[in-house]
Ligand binder design. Sequence first.
Ligand SMILES: [Zn+2]
Length: 345
Amino acid sequence: MSRESIEDRIKRLHANGIVDLHFDLLMDLYEKRERKNVLAEDFLSELETGGIGVVAAAMYIEERYLPEMGLRVGLDQIARLYVEVQSCDRFAICKNYAEIVRARASDKIALLIAMEGVEPFGTDVDLVRMFYELGVRVIGLTHARRNAAGDGGIFASSGSSRDGLTAFGRDVVRECESLGIIVDLAHINPAGFKEIFELTTKPLIVSHTNARKYYDVERNISDEQIKMIGERRGVIGINSVLVSAKQKESTLDCYIDHIEHVASLIGIDCVGIGFDFFEFIYAQWPESKKKWLAEKLTTPHFIPDLTNHSHGRNLTRKLIERGFGDDDIEKILRGNWMRIFKEVL
Ligand SMILES: [Zn+2]
């Protein structure tokens, strides 16, 4: 196949837009709240270049705001998104499948609001409904740290808390399922992961993670956990910053290895994209904060040709080179997540 025809094929495969189920957009919009048009100026061009059609914009509350400012900063992060979308008509905040389809039909980038950690709720389960009213449609109970709902998986092959969810965490999960919020198992510790299956019946997702087969830390997921997601007909989004413990092995080929591994265990219908592009935030940090992250969690290993949304075509090109057919590429890039939106939202 000639070079040009591969590029044409990428263009065709991107026509409906890639779905990325995890992007730390909201905390960045919040930190840049003194500026206007951040979405248009800092993000639009990369999203368009990479052919991104749907993005889950995640809220995350940094330690320095907790506990007192958790709710306040969470609300402000959502407020920032609404204000920014108001001033840039290339984006639409979507709350269900039909709205996503409508946004894409008018060539807008669809944004789903997600939470990475439920710290803004404190211990008040009624706030799940309030955040649902504000548009939140994907909720992961925890990041790496413990909170009122449960514990995160640590960046080591064992040693996470053996506790499951708290009573509050169980209430949040039940409320999500009854409201039609997608429950996201990214970051939760192995005990919490298992418990969420016992509390739910709908498809469960892991928005951004990697296979422990290639990077054995409890923050990632084991073959057994991958199979549990498959049995529930959920979807696992492959993360770009934790494909390997070693920087030199953090390559686009390794990223595809994770996709192939998940597909080999539970089928091509249950794997998708959750890039977790983070370099733009990391680059803004002082050295002291990078050191803190390395000590507390891990050093992120960015894949050189997959560090931001403008690199979307590199992924599709590599999938083609690795022999994936059009139907399978379409499922990985978009179709599988769209099925989840249709079934859960
Ligand atoms: Zn994360």
